[in-house]
Design a protein around this ligand. Sequence first.
Ligand code: PEP
Length: 249
Amino acid sequence: MRKNIVAGNWKMNNDLPETEALISDLLKQKQTSNAEVIIAPTAVNLYQAFNATRNSNIEVVAQNMHFAENGAYTGEISAAMLKSVGVNTVIIGHSERRAYFNETDDLLAKKVDTALKNDLRVIFCFGEELNDRKSGNHETVVENQIKNALFHREASAFKNIILAYEPVWAIGTGETASPEQAQDMHKYIRQTLNTKYGKEVSQDMTILYGGSVKPANAKEIFSKPDVDGGLIGGAALKAEDFYAIINAF
Ligand code: PEP
């Protein structure tokens, strides 16, 4: 079912004491919207974060996982390991993983399959680069990213997938897609889903926007009919800002 979600991607920030301090600050905030609240701390702190948020409505999710079930993949983390520390959702395909760790659509398709097989919900990220937008190819790029990593799946799989449109040029740059640009792309994504899977899948799909969302711009972005929430980087590292965004609904 389509939901309002605000997810904070902490990236490679916050050691254990900082993670505990930020969660303690988050737990002091007042939520006035009905948005689902998600935080994605670094993997080493997932267990502590899970325990610290146990009696709250904050869900702790992972930023990444490997596609293999287990084995000789030094330094990697499996879906079963995530499940064993209380994680039920994983972010897959963040643009930083695509750019710095060479994650391709084929690799991401495998990760999506492994996550779903292990009953993990997937937040699947994608988005065009600045030159794609400048050359007018942004819709084609985004459509291909979605098709290549997700369209081998059956319609029912989409119940456990959340989409996050994150134009690369707007991530961590202070530059935000205008609410109209976000709406246009989200509408296009929903149409693409509709063409392949029909109305139910496309209307039920939660599509988040990510890219320099802040307390000052969240309300306008979230007011767009096809924007169901946000994936937040920088502004998720301050409890007051994060909750101002959550309460922008
Ligand atoms: C992100 O990393 O997913 C993100 C949207 O970052 P920021 O909000 O800092 O642009």
